[in-house]
Design a protein around this ligand. Structure first.
Ligand SMILES: C[S@@+](CC[C@H](N)C(=O)[O-])C[C@H]1O[C@@H](n2cnc3c(N)ncnc32)[C@H](O)[C@@H]1O
Length: 186
């Protein structure tokens, strides 16, 4: 269901050829990235696909990530290597995306598309979502779509808190479907 929603939203962007490129913040070993790449290929789209990850796993939690689930998700968990991601792409016979190894807070703007049509933000923690929103929102095309994973999930409360805090000062349409928030410009 999660994947279906993500791909349906991406299809809308590709069908309408909304200006800008596609980004995923937190790609891990590329499980969802592969589906995104396959859809871009099927649509014959010339959009670039950028993926960003520390490739060192999750950062440390902050107070905003505290939950009853307590010790779930520790720093360094979900560590993938760039090599593993590339290997998964080779296996699938797909063109590798543009891979950026960095903490989101340290991404240089020259490594970001100037316009973003579609973004999947899957960084799990408060600061990871805030940092990726800071980078994506100003570059999002007026008809673009942001999808945030793990929204309203009790064991990852920082995600919802980050979205609520970020959009206190920015106007946006926010719709929930499954564990996803779908965000568009008004
Ligand atoms: C849940 S996984 C992503 C799963 C992937 N989107 C998928 O659907 O298969 C979260 C990833 O985000 C990365 N990550 C989380 N916070 C980050 C940050 N602040 N900077 C860089 N990478 C981060 C972790 O390294 C991890 O690989």
């Amino acid at each position: 269901m999660r994947l279906k929603v993500i791909l349906n939203q991406l299809s809308v962007i590709l069908d309408k050829n909304i200006p800008g490129d596609i980004v995923e913040f937190g790609c891990y070993i590329g499980t969802t990235s592969l589906f995104i790449s396959r859809l871009i290929k099927q649509a014959n789209s010339d959009k670039e696909f950028h993926v960003y990850d520390s490739f060192s796993g999750l950062p440390h939690k902050t107070i905003q990530d505290a939950s009853v689930a307590g010790s779930d998700f520790k720093a360094g968990e979900l560590k993938a290597s760039k090599r593993e991601l590339v290997r998964n792409y080779k296996k699938a016979g797909l063109k590798t995306p543009l891979i950026h190894k960095s903490w989101f807070s340290e991404i240089n703007s020259k490594h970001l598309p100037s316009t973003i049509a579609f973004a999947l933000l899957d960084g799990d923690f408060y600061n990871s979502i805030r940092d990726s929103l800071d980078l994506v929102w100003p570059r999002l095309d007026n008809s673009g779509i942001i999808i945030i994973d793990d929204y309203n999930k009790s064991n990852l409360p920082g995600v919802t808190r980050a979205v609520e805090d970020f959009f206190k000062t920015e106007k946006a349409n926010i719709v929930h479907q499954t564990d996803l928030a779908i965000i568009t410009k008004p």
